[in-house]
Design a binder for this molecule. Structure first.
Ligand code: CTP
Length: 209
């Protein structure tokens, strides 16, 4: 990390399927790897290895209490102090953290924190220097989620629709959308919004210089 300056922490949030990871990827691709790291709130879903697979299926993954924000905040603090962290790895098919496997993340000048509920927790929100809300229409988000969860997360169409109606949508209306008011930047169309992404990249480059 250059000059041991406190890193710039950028929060990227928005509903499921809004394109948060595409925005992160676009930013990461344009900034040298040595300067930037992403930590996903999803990696901090609470460890559920003590539960059976059937019990894990009953967890509501769209409630703030399902995240270990305490550890996430500690890791942000560690990175700010120039320490490296061991970021957990989350397994969406087994619904828990991987055991004995983490990713080592060194302190960097720019840290992106990406996740659905990073603005809802006040302590976490206050750690973020720039808060971006990726704002994508609900129909587009659910269509993307169906495709992604089947291709990448081992789900069926029925299970995705059932989960969406039971927990994902109500949580969006309760814990995600109302917190848009805390965002500094609202980014319509997410990954497709090249102008907005370029502005964020320029801000990062200014910070690095
Ligand atoms: N989730 C799940 N099963 C788990 C853990 C999480 O289905 N065991 C789901 C939650 O229901 C939550 C979603 O994962 O709604 C959060 O990830 P999401 O925001 O959809 O993915 P990202 O790739 O981070 O974001 P984007 O789609 O915006 O790129």
């Amino acid at each position: 990390m250059k000059n041991k300056k406190r890193p710039l922490i950028i929060g990227i949030t928005g509903g499921t399927g809004s394109g948060k990871s595409t925005v992160c990827k676009a930013i990461m691709e344009n900034i040298p790897e040595e300067n930037i790291a992403t930590i996903e709130q999803d990696a901090y879903y609470k460890d559920q290895t003590h539960l059976t697979f059937e019990e894990r299926l009953k967890t509501n993954y769209d409630h703030p209490l399902s995240f270990d924000n305490k550890l996430l905040i500690k890791h942000i603090d560690d990175l700010c102090e120039g320490k490296s962290i061991e970021k957990p790895i989350y397994d969406y098919e087994l619904h828990t953290r991987k055991q004995d496997e983490t990713v080592n993340i060194a302190a960097k000048d720019i840290i992106i924190v990406e996740g659905i509920m990073i603005l809802e927790d006040e302590e976490l929100r206050d750690k973020l220097d720039i808060k971006i809300y990726v704002d994508t229409e609900d129909d587009i988000r659910i269509l993307r989620r169906i495709q992604r969860d089947i291709k990448e997360r081992g789900r069926t169409v029925d299970s995705v629709i059932e989960q969406y109606l039971a927990t994902v949508k109500p949580a969006h209306d309760q814990f995600i959308e109302p917190y848009k008011k805390y965002a500094d930047i609202i980014m319509p169309e997410g990954g497709q919004n090249e102008v907005a992404i370029d502005i964020v990249i320029s801000k990062i480059r200014t910070q690095l210089n």
